[in-house]
Design a protein around this ligand. Structure first.
Ligand SMILES: NC(=O)c1ccc[n+]([C@@H]2O[C@H](COP(=O)([O-])OP(=O)(O)OC[C@H]3O[C@@H](n4cnc5c(N)ncnc54)[C@H](O)[C@@H]3O)[C@@H](O)[C@H]2O)c1
Length: 252
């Protein structure tokens, strides 16, 4: 049995992951961590301030973290201190936070970190890379839409799209939204929509003369991210102590 704990246990993703782990025949949900006390499918959720005590007592094999950036950094440090492997889906990290995550993990525990755990988005990223290689002289616009409660913008998934475009095309200027006189040059336009209960839409438009090609992905239920995170949890147990991507889990 793989023992799994969830941080952000009372949130949208934490609850969805809790259900999938609770129903998995090869996994045991041992509880969770959030800002306040509670329960997750009958298991204890403790306040984040007690995370060390919680990890020592419950001894999970894996901590799955879907919280907010600053909280995730602390939870990752705690997991590394207590020799607990990690799956991290939290987004919105600054470069300093990324660096402290890297130094907490490397050589200590294995961790899968991804801005998007859906299989479809990981294939979508591959397609975007391929299109960028062939269509570097087309105008490129990235658009993403999420629910009204999303805390960071642009989404982690959109930032990964921009990293892929930079890797393939060089570091182009990004223009976030357009207003007023905005003559187009070689920049990449980035557009963010927030509203309702949109789970997560991403599209990359390559526009040339007389034609456009648009690559897009739409998530209909956050269970798709939760299933991917649980798949990563099964994969990461017992690996070398370093950071892995979801592409490593999927073998793509
Ligand atoms: N990688 C992916 O596939 C993927 C998919 C969806 C969402 N996300 C990201 O996951 C994160 C959570 O998303 P959500 O929609 O579940 O948000 P949410 O606001 O519903 O849940 C976040 C939870 O974290 C809790 N939290 C805050 N500080 C904490 C701490 N110190 N310790 C433990 N818990 C703490 C909050 O109380 C809340 O319950 C966001 O960063 C989001 O962008 C990633």
């Amino acid at each position: 049995m793989i023992k799994v704990a969830v941080s952000g246990a009372l949130g949208r993703m934490g609850t969805t992951i809790g259900r999938i782990v609770d129903e998995a025949p090869d996994m045991e949900l041992v509880g969770g961590v959030d800002v306040r006390e509670g329960t997750l499918f009958g298991k204890e959720v403790v306040p984040a301030a007690r995370i060390d005590e919680f990890l020592k007592e419950k001894k999970p094999d894996i901590l799955i973290d879907f919280t907010v950036a600053a909280a995730a950094v602390e939870n990752i440090r705690a997991a590394a201190r207590n020799n607990v492997a990690l799956v991290v889906g939290t987004t919105g990290f600054s470069s300093e936070q990324r660096e402290s995550i890297r130094s907490a993990i490397e050589g200590n525990v294995p961790a899968v970190i991804s801005s998007n755990f859906s299989v479809g988005v990981n294939i979508f990223w591959k397609l975007v890379r391929e299109a960028a290689r062939e269509l570097g002289d087309y105008d490129i616009e990235v658009t993403e839409a999420h629910h009204r409660y999303k805390k960071d913008a642009p989404s982690g998934t959109a930032k990964t799209i921009l990293e892929i475009l930079d890797q393939e095309l060089g570091d182009r200027e990004k223009v976030y939204g357009r207003v007023g006189a905005t003559e187009r040059k070689n920049e990449i336009g980035v557009h963010v929509v927030r509203g309702g209960d949109i789970v997560g839409d991403h599209s990359v438009l390559f526009a040339g003369n007389f034609e456009c090609i648009e690559i897009s992905h739409r998530a209909y239920d956050r269970a798709v991210f939760a299933q991917g995170a649980v798949r990563a949890a099964r994969w990461v147990a017992g690996r070398e102590p370093r950071i892995y991507a979801m592409q490593d889990v999927l073998g793509i």
